[in-house]
Design a protein around this ligand. Structure first.
Ligand SMILES: *Cc1c(COP(=O)(O)O)cnc(C)c1O
Length: 430
């Protein structure tokens, strides 16, 4: 099929990027389990290596199964191209890599996945990069944090795990005014609930490990490029605008136009960093995406039911879920996320740390795991696990204090989930 804006989301999530296999007619996208691809002749090989012709060389760079997933995600997010890689964390490094350099910084929201806070506050320092964390509700603070060395602005749309939703349009306007790309981690919302590019984002990153695959089978990541940023408008992005010594002085932006970031991600990023997605992983994720909209509808429906029940329970202190009318983000959620705010929220227990740990140990349907976005309901005590490396202040800012449990609501029967929580709360709070 020809992909186009004329098709609806439910159609595109099944068909975008895929066509019957030209060799066999196979209707489902085959897993091209091949490392290398035969060149037609020496001229063909040279043209591929010079980036004069697009084709397959070696699966560290490109693979036909992964390419279908890239095209599908680019289509669902409304971008021009996408690069898949080995995990969500790899995607974040791959997104920053062409933009940053020693001494440069990214201005990031305080409300992020715990692993991202650690990656940004500790690990990227090894590259000479740094991050400044700001409350993205305070747009003046965001403006003030941006300096001459800032090369990107980074946030999550629906933030993990604190029930926070970002006004992507407002943040994009600030980044735009400063001439900077906005990178949005859209993992928890998925393109079904939010399309950050339509609200001004430059790049979208995903952990495809979560809702996109949907059933906890493989890790993967993706960067989708809007194709809208002018990399040559300033001298801030030489990797994309200036001659590239690793490609005989080729200028990516001048040569590839709105596909510059995508080509750079493959030709330099995957070639030299090697954080490649394997074709098996792409296959599982393609399977998952076929039912994305149906699952997200149920995740949202169940999360609203369970969060509403928990909020009214006397053993519960509070629930942070932007889908509840009591949330301080309820208005923003309605305006920016009309289909819902996903399946993820936190619940604080009056019994504090001890009750949280007992709750996690007493649940039967919910699995105690460091994951989210599974068909199964999952639970974790963030402060003692995923957010363990953070300072108490960082934990609070991320909505992951010691009295709080994070819940990822699955697509089971909501009544069964409520009954399970009820019996576990009885044990935890006795
Ligand atoms: C899981 C997650 C990541 C990291 O992804 P991995 O696939 O585990 O590397 C990044 N951001 C968010 C919001 C996540 O939930």
């Amino acid at each position: 099929m020809s992909d186009g804006p004329t098709y609806g989301f439910d159609t595109l999530q099944i068909h975008a990027g895929a066509r019957p296999d030209p060799a066999t007619g196979a209707r489902q996208t085959p897993i091209y389990q091949s490392t290398a691809y035969v060149f037609r002749d020496a001229d063909h090989a040279a043209a591929l290596f010079n980036l004069q012709e697009v084709g397959y060389i070696y699966s560290r760079l490109t693979n036909p199964t992964v390419a279908v997933l890239q095209e599908r995600l680019a289509t669902l997010e409304g971008g021009v191209g996408a690069v898949c890689c080995s995990s969500g964390h790899a995607a974040q490094i791959m997104a920053l890599f062409p933009l940053m350099g020693p001494g440069k910084n990214v201005v990031a929201s305080t409300r992020l996945y715990g692993g991202t806070v650690t990656q940004f506050s500790q690990t990227i320092k090894r590259f000479g990069w740094s991050a400044k964390f700001v409350d993205f509700d305070d747009l003046d603070a965001l403006r003030d944090a941006i300096d001459d060395d800032t090369r990107a602005v980074f946030c999550e749309s629906v933030a993990n795990p604190g029930g926070y939703v970002t006004d992507v349009r407002a943040v994009a306007d600030v980044a735009d005014a400063a001439g900077l790309p906005l990178i949005v981690d859209n993992t928890s919302a998925t393109p079904y609930l939010c399309q950050p590019i339509s609200q001004g984002a430059t790049l979208v990153v995903h952990s495809t490990t979560k809702y996109l695959t949907g059933n906890g089978t493989v890790t993967g990541g993706c960067i989708v490029d809007s194709g809208k940023f002018d990399w040559s408008a300033s001298d801030k992005f030489p990797s994309l605008s200036a001659p590239e010594p690793a490609y005989h002085g080729l200028k990516f932006h001048e040569t590839f136009g709105n596909l510059a970031f995508t080509f750079h991600g493959i030709a330099i990023g995957l070639r030299d960093l090697g954080m490649t997605m394997n074709p098996q992983a792409a296959h599982y994720t393609l399977m998952g995406i076929e039912t994305l909209s149906l699952r997200m509808q149920r995740h949202v429906e169940n999360a609203v039911k369970v969060a509403t029940w928990l909020e009214d329970d006397p053993r519960v202190d509070y629930v942070t879920y932007a889908g509840l009318p009591s949330s301080p983000y309820a208005d923003r959620a309605k305006r920016c996320y009309p289909k819902g705010t996903g399946g993820l929220f936190t619940v604080a227990l009056k019994g504090g740390y001890d009750a949280c740990v007992k709750l996690v140990d007493s649940l039967e349907i919910f699995s105690h795991v460091a994951n989210l976005g599974d068909t199964r309901s999952l639970v974790i005590h963030s402060a003692s696990t995923t957010h363990r490396q953070l300072t108490p202040e960082q934990q609070q800012a991320a909505g992951a204090g010691p009295n709080v449990v994070r819940i990822s609501i699955g697509i089971e029967d909501a009544d069964d989930l409520i009954r399970d929580l009820d019996q576990a709360l009885a044990k935890a709070c006795s």
